[in-house]
Design a protein around this ligand. Structure first.
Ligand SMILES: Nc1ncnc2c1ncn2[C@@H]1O[C@H](COS(=O)(=O)NC(=O)[C@@H](N)CO)[C@@H](O)[C@H]1O
Ligand SMILES: [Zn+2]
Length: 495
């Protein structure tokens, strides 16, 4: 990677008298421009020139001391040299040309902010930047370099597969059912397709099943471990997703939310009239009358809750804090060909969140795993397994691999669907390290890094896994579950 920068220091007056000292300064600037770089690497001033009221320089570098950092390093000593003795001030920096060259098999076919031109020739990508002094100080060139690294790395990975490592699996347990649970539920009227993509409506039977699962989570885990219920927001603004990291890569899958430009009925009259006459909703017209998206529908469920803690310090003797939310739906624009309730755009999840010291968070994760194991082994008697995978918070930022934070990561819980032999992830449990407290600036009284974890219990997934293995006839269900399930409510009948 090569950086080529042509810039000038704007002076408050002519510095001709300092010519000799400037020559010594630039000749002796070498080690200043190599400081911090591995042996022999760094930046160097190829040439400099003293003009009427500016000093122009040409700097080249590798990535270890980048040309713009070198330029900024020169400013202070230059100002000192000219200020004291010659009463000449350095007023600012003008960037005339800034090029970054990198070997790359790929080119980028869309606009990158602050990149005026991109040329891809014989395996080299040359970017001409459009940056001023403020951009240099704000590390705009560094973010462009990171973006290039990421793309070149991703290219190298060739879409590296997500990490998956089996941790544990249950006894096989023969399936009591071989059919597709969604088809069976639709057939019995337990559920019905909703009007929106990937959306279902749960009749009394389907709802009772979800509530039975929920009751088990409450009785077997939430109660005994002392989790307190909260209500997390379900409309998530960009600010939250910037802090949670989702703003790095969640765009292809969110349901965006845009408010109206104004509530004034006059403004909307044209739309209403259009519909009254045509009975068609004029969505093109509406598009002009709604504002930019302020964010999207709930996606990961835990991020917006951190605003409750944002900027505060937690008393050590209140840790670990244990909370959960089941107050609403999550929405994801999932891949097409969506099958049954295994993969839907609108789903119902119990989100469990805990925070404390690193040890407390790891300890809590083990307690939750024990509870889950008891539920899946003794109550639902599932055929299931646990796998160590790419953390959800990295996957949702478009990353792969594992977290560098030791001990942080995600355990996926998977269950076999006998009807098609696939394993679905029906919930997960993650140690998220200090990611969220850092993102939302939440501290522990002790000053130790505050860590957190979360576990998402997907009710559609629990239903898919359980019914796929046990079928819909209660006589085939495990005794311990039947007890908790109680009476099946009457379904809705149609003529
Ligand atoms: N499209 C979907 N349809 C149904 N359930 C889903 C869907 N996406 C996620 N879930 C459920 O939500 C759980 C957690 O989702 S996750 O993306 O893996 N993890 C997170 O978002 C974390 N914040 C924990 O909830 C999944 O294990 C699954 O049970
Ligand atoms: Zn979460």
């Amino acid at each position: 990677m090569k950086f080529h920068l042509e810039a000038s220091f704007r002076l408050s007056a002519d510095a001709g008298a300092a010519e000799t000292e400037l020559r010594e300064f630039f000749n002796g600037a070498a080690d200043l421009l190599k400081k911090g770089a591995a042996g022999g690497k760094g930046a160097e001033v190829l040439s400099w020139n003293l003009g009427e009221a500016e000093i122009s320089v040409v700097i080249e570098s590798d990535r270890y001391v980048r040309a713009h950092d070198a330029l900024l390093r020169l400013r202070r000593p230059l100002a000192d040299l000219l200020g004291k003795k010659y009463r000449v001030g350095v007023r600012g920096i003008e960037v005339a040309k800034y090029e970054i060259e990198v070997e790359s098999k790929i080119s980028i076919d869309h606009k990158i902010p602050h990149v005026r031109e991109m040329v891809h020739r014989d395996g080299t990508l040359t970017l001409s930047l459009d940056v001023d002094e403020a951009d240099l100080r704000n590390q705009v060139p560094d973010r462009i370099v990171s973006l290039l690294d990421e793309k070149i790395q991703a290219e190298g990975y060739g879409g590296k597969a997500e990490h998956w490592e089996l941790l544990w699996q249950s006894p096989e347990r023969p399936a009591k059912f071989e059919g597709d649970p969604t088809e069976e539920m639709v057939g019995r009227g337990w559920i019905k397709h909703g009007a929106s993509r990937g959306q279902w409506i749960y009749g009394p039977e389907g709802t009772h099943l979800f509530r039975a699962f929920e009751r088990i989570v409450l009785e077997e885990m939430i109660g005994p471990l002392g989790y307190r219920e909260m209500i997390f927001p379900k409309l998530v603004p960009w600010e939250v997703w910037k802090r949670s990291g989702h703003a790095l890569g969640v765009y292809p899958e969110i349901y965006y939310v845009s408010p109206p430009k104004t509530r004034d009925p006059k403004f909307w009259e044209e739309v209403m009239d259009h519909y009254k006459v045509t009975r068609e909703v004029p969505v093109k017209l509406i598009r002009e009358k709604i504002d930019d998206p302020i964010g999207g529908m709930c996606y990961a469920q835990c991020p917006p809750s951190w605003v409750f803690f944002q900027g505060r310090t937690l008393p050590s003797d209140d840790l670990p804090i244990r909370i959960f939310d089941r107050s609403g739906t999550s929405h994801r624009y999932e891949s097409g060909g969506i099958h049954g309730i295994e993969r839907v755009d609108e789903f119902h999840r119990i989100e469990i969140v805990w925070m404390g010291t690193q040890e407390q968070v790891k300890e809590e994760a083990e307690k939750l795993k024990d509870c889950y194991r008891r539920i899946f082994e003794e109550i639902l008697e599932l055929r299931w397994r646990m796998a160590w995978v790419t953390p959800w918070f990295m996957a949702q930022e478009g990353k792969t691999g594992l977290s560098e934070m030791t001990g942080a990561g995600t355990v996926d819980y998977e269950a076999l669907l006998p009807y098609n032999g696939s394993w679905i992830e029906f919930q997960n449990l993650s140690i998220n390290g200090d990611k969220y407290p850092r993102g939302f600036n939440v501290k522990a009284q002790s000053g130790d890094p505050l860590w957190s974890g979360c576990s998402g219990v997907g009710l559609e997934r629990w239903a898919s896994a359980f019914l796929a293995q046990k079928g819909l006839d209660q006589e085939n269900w495990p005794e311990a579950f039947r007890e908790r399930f109680g009476e099946m409510p009457k379904g809705i009948r149609f003529l």
